[in-house]
Design a protein around this ligand. Structure first.
Ligand code: GDP
Ligand code: MG
Length: 163
């Protein structure tokens, strides 16, 4: 069995977009509206020559966007606990939000192996968002663009020690 990567993060940061890119099939719904991805999805991911199992944690975004909602939290926690590494995404354009901090606090408390990636980092906002994400205390953030396929080598280098 391959090692497992759980993609976690608050709604709309691009988890399903990254999942689709890693898995290479359109298995996860992606939509501009928050709340579209309903189910947890798993697939066989590939990044350069790394092969792994990927879990895309769904949002349940409809429950309560103001705090980490119950079902989303449960699903995130379950995925992280069975994964070899959590790939924690934040959104470079939004910067670090209170919900990002809540997730980061939980990941640190769990002592979960984490790679933190700042998505939507294409263009000038990328580096600003990446620097802001150091404040989450989860190591050096990498800048990626799931939509545009940027940051592949950095993502590869960050995941490789866990796989
Ligand atoms: P999820 O809720 O975390 O699964 O997020 P989605 O994958 O559904 O993406 C939410 C929105 O962000 C969609 O409109 C995506 O097209 C968009 N998105 C995802 N990745 C990127 C990216 O790298 N750059 C930009 N600009 N938008 C992105
Ligand atoms: Mg999704």
């Amino acid at each position: 069995p391959h090692p497992t990567v759980a993609i976690v993060g608050r709604p709309n940061v691009g988890k399903s977009t990254l999942f689709n890119r890693l898995v290479g099939k359109r298995l996860a719904l992606v939509d501009d509206r928050p709340g579209v991805t309903r189910d947890r999805r798993e697939g066989d991911g590939k990044l350069l020559d790394l092969e792994f199992r990927v879990i895309d944690t769904a949002g349940f975004e409809d429950e309560d966007p103001a705090s980490l909602p119950g079902r989303m939290r449960q699903q995130t926690e379950a995925a992280v606990r069975e994964a070899d590494v959590a790939l924690f995404l934040i959104d470079a354009r939004e910067g670090v939000t209170p919900l990002d901090e809540e997730i980061a606090n939980w990941l640190r408390a769990e002592d979960a192996p984490v790679v933190i990636a700042v998505n939507k980092a294409e263009g000038r906002q990328g580096e600003t968002g990446r620097l802001e994400a150091f404040s989450l205390g989860l190591g050096e953030p990498i800048a990626i663009s799931a939509e545009h396929g940027e940051g592949v080598v950095d993502l590869f280098e960050s995941l490789r020690p866990f796989i």
